[in-house]
Design a protein around this ligand. Structure first.
Ligand SMILES: NC(=O)c1ccc[n+]([C@@H]2O[C@H](COP(=O)([O-])OP(=O)(O)OC[C@H]3O[C@@H](n4cnc5c(N)ncnc54)[C@H](O)[C@@H]3O)[C@@H](O)[C@H]2O)c1
Length: 261
């Protein structure tokens, strides 16, 4: 039985993880942490606690799942490593540098950690197909659509997609002429690594969307669009459960759900 802690248990994703844990045969929910609704009973004798460090010291937790917010997730991860509690990180907004630091911390503390910017299988396939298509096209841009409450932009999924695409092609062109932005930002943000890459990412935020992404490829005379829509948050839970099971059995550092599928 995997003893699970949920951090951000009061949030939209956290509530889904709580439901998944309660329904799972091999998971026991032992701890819930959030900044809001502290003291609320969420299941049997599990109450929302406000002090993460204290909660991990009191409860016997095998794995935590973190869906909190970009400004606090890095500090939370340090606490998981200090307490030697394995973690599954769904919270987005970590920089490449922070991810490298977490990899080092995971190794030096011998504490497993999985970071996945997207837990939905359809989104993983979208990224794989985009990586494959990148070999054959000269231009690529990404448009990602999220709910108005999303705090970070561009999305972790769009950055991860761009990283994978650049593994296949690090020489995408921008436009094909000298461009001028009459309104700053019109052409989106440019994702590149050490000046190589050139994938424009555009972020849309409005009510109605959960999470969608379109990767558009162009070359002379043709356009290819790869589009994924998340309809509701249940779609993430098989991936979250798989990550919890993987890190319980193993003690490695993983970035991206595709590496354990
Ligand atoms: N990886 C994925 O597949 C995936 C999918 C959806 C959302 N996300 C990401 O997950 C994160 C959470 O999304 P959400 O829609 O559930 O947001 P949300 O705002 O509904 O929930 C976040 C919760 O975390 C709590 N919180 C904030 N700081 C905290 C801290 N330091 N300690 C404990 N609790 C804290 C908040 O009070 C809130 O209840 C975002 O970064 C989002 O982009 C990732």
């Amino acid at each position: 039985m995997i003893k699970l802690g949920v951090v951000g248990a009061n949030g939209k994703m956290g509530q889904e993880v709580v439901k998944m844990a309660i329904a799972a045969q091999n998971i026991e929910l032992v701890c819930a942490v959030d900044k809001l609704n502290i003291g609320q009973n969420i299941y049997n004798d599990v109450y929302i606690e406000g002090d993460l460090n204290a909660a991990l010291k009191v409860h016997d937790v095998d794995v935590v799942v973190d869906f909190t917010q970009p400004s606090t997730v890095f500090e939370n991860i340090k606490i998981y490593m200090e307490n030697k509690v394995k973690s599954v990180i769904g919270t987005t907004g970590l920089s490449d540098e922070q991810i490298m630091q977490i990899k080092e911390m995971s190794k030096s503390s011998n504490t497993g950690c999985i970071i996945a910017p997207n837990f939905s299988i359809g989104a993983i396939l979208m990224m794989k197909f985009a990586q494959e298509a990148s070999k054959y096209f000269s231009n690529a841009e990404i448009i990602e659509f999220h709910n108005k409450k999303k705090k970070d932009a561009p999305s972790g999924t769009s950055i991860k997609t761009a990283q994978l695409m650049m593994e296949s092609n690090n020489n995408f062109k921008l436009g094909n002429c000298e461009e001028t932005e009459t309104i700053k930002g019109s052409r989106g943000g440019n994702y590149n690594q050490d000046g190589k890459g050139n994938i424009q990412i555009h972020s849309v935020r409005m009510p109605g969307f959960v999470a969608s992404q379109q990767v558009i490829f162009g070359s002379d005379g043709q356009i290819l669009k790869i589009h994924h829509d998340t309809i509701n948050r249940e779609c993430y839970m098989p991936g979250v459960k798989l990550a919890v099971e993987h890190i319980f059995e193993n003690n490695d550092f993983v970035y991206g759900l595709e590496n354990i599928l």
